[in-house]
Design a protein around this ligand. Structure first.
Ligand code: NAD
Ligand code: UDP
Length: 343
């Protein structure tokens, strides 16, 4: 019998790509999402372009009764927990929302899993738990010093999960720390659909390229990097999705001892500066993209880049997509869906 994976937050940017990749790998998928930052159209599109259709249940991860009903009515073999809030700036303005959704939502989910004997979990964490890295590339066991409430919520859930995995309930879990997920499915049917003005570099450039915004601001040109602009490890969302399928297989095939959790970076190991990303986008669209220099964005680190050795050794996973493909796929999604999923 096929295995069934619950994807909380599975209607969102990353979750929709993971759902697609799971379906194409032969898993059944139940998506549980309150649609606070996503559209049901992403689920319909996934069904259109994949080998199957996920079951969709609208609900909130803080709702214990809804989760208990879900686990009682579906035989779930493993959970990928993506549901949460992710805007760093908003987390500074409204920290209580972030602790409530990200931390309380996670403990509510873990309680329901423990109650129903579901023992495998993959958790969406973030490289941001490190704060400003002291050494590069960043390794999983480097010090963690988050600089925003968002980063703190991710680190807290990592700690809770590590402790829960130890208690002898037979859990095996994996914490995946994403670097900078970008791009879109090569079909252009699913992608990132930010509400309002995008904070992140890729969706912002995409909207400038499309003429929806006037000019890219390059935040900081005096960083200690070769061209003075900040470096990030951008990873194609399809590589990220494939990494989750590898993680799920790893747990379901019991290649990891029970009562343990592992932390694994998902990045390419190759950083690109803002100026390099700007040029790569201009090449992808075959036109100039207006940009101007601006002051540093508060809280930004000069350089993030993953050490990818553990992902390769443990999961046999390596990123495949290039920066050029990330720009081309993101651009295709932007062109086909100028207003995202729309209303
Ligand atoms: P997203 O906002 O597109 O997806 C999150 C999904 O969770 C959305 O569909 C939203 O409707 C849902 N959700 C939010 N609160 C919920 C709640 N209380 N109950 C049920 N569903 C809820 O974001 P994404 O970029 O796809 O991120 C997915 C996960 O990956 C998040 O946990 C995020 O913190 C993490 N992550 C994202 C990035 C990134 O740059 N995109 C980087 C590192 C980690
Ligand atoms: N950035 C920029 N202009 C923008 C958005 C982002 O110069 O309009 C820079 C930002 O300062 C950072 C890099 O691009 O150095 C990546 O930013 P993003 O928000 O995408 O990722 P994060 O900083 O959260 O890793």
């Amino acid at each position: 019998m096929g295995k069934t994976i619950l994807a909380t937050g599975g209607a969102g940017f990353i979750g929709s790509h993971i759902t697609l990749e799971l379906l194409n790998s032969g898993y059944d998928v139940v998506v549980f999402d309150n649609l606070s930052n996503s559209s049901p159209k992403s689920i319909a599109r996934v069904a259109r372009i994949s080998n199957g259709a996920p079951v969709f249940i609208k609900g909130d991860v803080r709702d214990a009764a809804a989760l208990n009903a879900l686990f009682a009515s579906h035989e779930i073999d493993a959970v990928i927990h993506l549901a949460g809030l992710k805007a760093v700036g908003e987390s500074v303005a409204h920290p209580q929302r972030y602790y409530d959704v990200n931390v309380a939502g996670s403990t509510t989910l873990f309680n329901a899993m423990l109650h129903h004997g579901v023992k495998h979990l993959v958790f969406s964490s973030s490289a941001t738990v490190h704060g400003a890295p002291k050494t590069l590339p960043m390794r999983e066991n480097d010090p963690t010093r988050p600089v925003s409430p968002y980063g703190s919520t991710k680190l807290m859930v990592e700690q809770i999960l590590t402790d829960v995995s130890k208690v002898g309930a037979g859990w095996s879990s994996m914490i995946l720390r994403y670097f900078n997920p970008v791009g879109a499915h090569p079909s252009g049917q699913i992608g990132e659909d930010p509400l309002g003005t995008p904070d992140n570099l890729f969706p912002f450039i995409a909207q400038v390229a499309a003429g929806r915004r006037e000019c890219l601001q390059i935040f900081g040109t005096d960083y200690p990097t070769p061209d003075g602009t900040a470096i990030r490890d951008y990873i194609h969302v399809m590589d990220l999705a494939r990494g989750h399928v590898k993680a799920i297989k790893h747990l379901l095939e019991q290649r990891q001892p029970v009562n343990t959790t592992e932390v694994v970076n998902l990045g390419t190991g190759k950083g690109a500066s803002v100026a390099e990303v700007h040029r790569a986008w201009e090449q992808a669209i075959g036109a100039d993209i207006p940009a101007r220099n601006a002051p540093r964005r508060p809280g930004d680190a000069p350089h993030y880049c993953a050490d990818t050795g553990k992902a390769k050794a443990l999961l046999g996973w390596q990123a495949r997509y290039t920066l050029a493909q990330m720009c081309q796929d993101h651009w295709r999604w932007q062109q086909i869906n100028p207003e995202g999923y729309g209303t």
